[in-house]
Design a protein. Sequence first.
Length: 318
Amino acid sequence: MAPISALNDDTLLSIFDASVRNATLLPISNSAPLNLSRTCRHWRELLLTHARFWVRLRFYKDRELVLAPLWLQRSQNAIIDVEINGEFQNNTMLDAILTKVLNNQSRLRKLVLSNADLIDFQPVAAMDLANLVDLRLEPLWRGGVLPYTFLQSQSGQQSIAPKLRKLDLNPFVITKDLRREIWGLLEQCPNLEELSLRATLVDAALSGDVPEDVGPSHVLVFKNLQSMVLNAIEPEGYDYTRQLLKHLEAPSLLSLYMDTYMNDPLAEVIQQFLIRSHYGAPVRKAVFCRIACNKMSQEKIFQALPGVTELYFDGIIA
């Protein structure tokens, strides 16, 4: 008898746990649980009776999508992490898998949709993301539509994702409708610790215009927000950033990164945001790119950062 056959179940489970932890980035088609379950009947039975080995679903290719129902079944009712991160050709299967994932929405702890430009979200009557902690969307959505409304409450409850701590939307196209959707989403995420909004394009209809202020009538206070990244690289995007900062307050903010066309009016709004926010812990690190404001405006921002230890003004635009 091989020595490993003499190991008791508790020892085997500890070995399985270590194997899963050390292979967290592998797709499910080559994951530790799947490979271990093919070793022998006893190992397979042991793995199948413990849902925790099947809670990380990572998809990089079309052929891996067929394993999604199996993983969802084996994870039983446990909390799951789902990452759809790749270039897929089978639109129908991709949409079907996402539907299955959303049917298990109350079990989601982490949802990452990266390069998923072919996903076609269908409206969900009643969203329940009570356990969602980490959400990252990097969409080039079909038809250029960003249906963040699917994350908003349909039944009037205050928040469908009360535990959400990390929100990363990257990239997206700035439109008037999208601004309303993002405000609606932010209002339901009061406990955020990390926020990243990266806009790579501005709707041509907004070019040269000063859009209406579509923010809420009150300031949104994120008491736990420690890190914020705002990216709106086209000159027209500064107005989107200005409106966002006018309605935010983050007393615990420690790190701020802004890559946007920063003119003098936007610099003034940044200063007001920093002064309004920093009655709590002050920002320690701040990075500002694509600067198009004068030295006086830069000095005002510096004065609003009394506790900063790292400050970068990069990409000065003459």
